[in-house]
Design a protein around this ligand. Structure first.
Ligand SMILES: [Zn+2]
Length: 497
């Protein structure tokens, strides 16, 4: 069915969106959830497997304590209550990437419940309720080969890699989030961003969306004001922050078009497409009864000692929101300036650059200026631009020492981004250092004076401002490498009594 999509403004004028987010986080433990297999990303397929994570008969799981500890810390950081007793559950479903034909998860007895996370959107705080945080194991990965799309349709064969099967996975589920109106897409993005930062500050995961260690499913529904919430769809595996926002917006537009034409929304999972920004239907959504959950008989219940939980709570790091406030004060930034640092994803980069010796103003200048511009042009995240905070601090150090001027520093930075080495190496190898040695500059100064007699006469007659044109001429012949102050002094020395 092809429908013309309504304008976003019309959609939010007519309907109220309710969103919800389910986020899966692969924990950065050394070993898998129920066996001793290593967890690092990217090995040869099916080399990090054993009888337990392959589900071979007779093998028995043993829970990973580090994963339980990480999950409790996540729950505490999200202001949840921690269960004093809970169990793992079997979630039964048949899928080739699930070697046991069930997943060990948690069902009605999650480890952490009823918390919240405050996020900031347009300078306002929105409190997102957290329904539960539970622990489960990841599935393997299926690869469909031979088709054009990489999906099972049209594929000639499917391959399965079980290296990921059994990696500890934490699922964080929000309560439904009503009342955000037109801001729903931004709220969704702000929540995932804040959650990612919290998880990173806890050090429990590398939270890389592009490698799948943080994955997000986005629930969206629309209702008319004053009426019951609408039927929701679940958009699966949205794998970038930008896509979280786009997926909500696109689903709101699609649902409004269906409802506006008198249709009904089907409860289903949908796939988000990065290229078009659309969603298409996946399978119709299973309900909990389809999974025939029951308590996992091969594992003992979890009963975290409250004293241990208290210890973990007391040892939580400063959480990102407080941390950002402290940085904002230390850097002397207005709310708006801090917001642009946040929007650029530059907080940690600037912080690390300052730690490496640059002033906050200089660090901010490079990351929000030249480097952000390049990141936007090339469509990569600022953190992946190819320059490190240490290199940026080193570059600024060369500027402060008078070895590079602004223009030369930008050229050196291009070299850094291109992987040519450290700023000092690039400056030396490409002979970019500012020339302030008077001996080396004298010839260029004399040449400029000889080539511009009229201007030289003006300076001689006392119009010192005219010297600027001669400085410009010298900068040109030295390709910007002359130290402008020295050049100016040399010119005046020659032309004024
Ligand atoms: Zn294993």
């Amino acid at each position: 069915m092809t429908t013309t999509l309504p304008a976003y403004d019309e959609v939010v004028a007519r309907y109220e969106p309710v969103i919800g987010l389910e986020t899966h986080v692969e924990l950065g433990t050394n070993t898998k959830m129920f066996c001793g297999c290593p967890t690092d990303f990217g090995g040869e397929p099916n080399t990090r497997v054993c009888p337990v994570c392959l589900g071979l008969p007779g093998s028995l799981p043993v829970a990973n304590k580090a994963a339980i500890e990480a999950t409790i810390r996540i729950g505490l950081a999200l202001n949840c209550s921690i269960a004093t007793w809970c169990r793992f559950a079997r979630k039964n479903y048949f899928y080739p990437d699930m070697p046991k034909n069930f997943q060990i998860s948690q069902y009605d007895e999650p480890l952490c419940v009823d918390g919240y996370l405050d996020v900031e959107v347009n300078g306002e705080t929105v409190r997102i309720g957290i329904e539960r945080v539970h622990l489960e194991e990841d599935t393997g990965k299926t690869l469909h080969v031979g088709g054009a799309t990489g999906r099972i349709h049209g594929a000639t064969e499917s391959l399965v890699d079980y290296n990921r099967a059994g990696i500890p996975l934490v699922e964080i589920v929000t309560k439904p989030i009503p009342g955000t109106g037109a801001l729903a897409p931004e709220v969704a993005r702000a929540y995932v961003t804040e959650l990612r930062d919290v998880l990173r500050s806890l050090g429990v995961s590398d939270v890389r969306m592009e490698e799948g260690s943080l994955r997000c499913d986005v629930n969206t529904s629309l209702n008319l004001p004053g009426q019951e919430w609408g039927t929701r769809t679940e958009t699966k595996n949205v794998n970038s922050l930008r896509s979280v926002e786009r997926a909500v917006r696109s689903e709101m537009l699609r649902q409004a078009a269906v409802l506006g034409a008198g249709g009904r929304i089907t409860q289903e999972t949908r796939h988000f497409h990065e290229d078009t920004g659309d969603t298409t239907p996946g399978r119709s959504k299973e309900t909990a009864t389809d999974y025939r959950y029951f308590p996992e008989p091969d594992l003992v219940p979890l009963a975290p000692d409250p004293a241990w939980v208290q210890e973990l709570k007391a040892a939580l790091p400063e959480l990102p929101r407080l941390h950002r406030r402290r940085l904002q004060q230390a850097w002397g930034l207005s709310d708006a300036d801090m917001q642009s640092v946040l929007n650029a994803g530059a907080v940690e980069l600037i912080e690390a650059t300052v730690a490496a010796g640059a002033t906050p103003a200089a660090a901010r200048k490079w990351w929000l200026g030249e480097l952000s511009r390049r990141a936007n042009e090339t469509g990569v995240e600022l953190a992946d631009i190819g320059a490190t905070p240490t290199q940026v601090a080193e570059l600024q150090g060369l500027v402060d020492a008078g070895k590079l001027n602004d223009k030369l520093a930008r050229t050196v930075l291009e070299g850094v981004v291109a992987g040519e080495g450290s700023p000092t190496e690039i400056m030396t190898n490409r002979k970019l250092e500012v020339v302030s040695d008077t001996g080396a500059l004298t010839a260029a100064v004399d040449e400029a004076i000889a080539a511009n007699p009229a201007i030289a006469d003006k300076v001689r007659s006392g119009k010192v401002a005219a010297a600027g044109a001669l400085v410009g001429a010298v900068m040109k012949t030295t390709q910007g490498q002359a130290d402008a102050q020295t050049v100016r002094a040399l010119i005046l020395e020659r032309l004024t009594p």
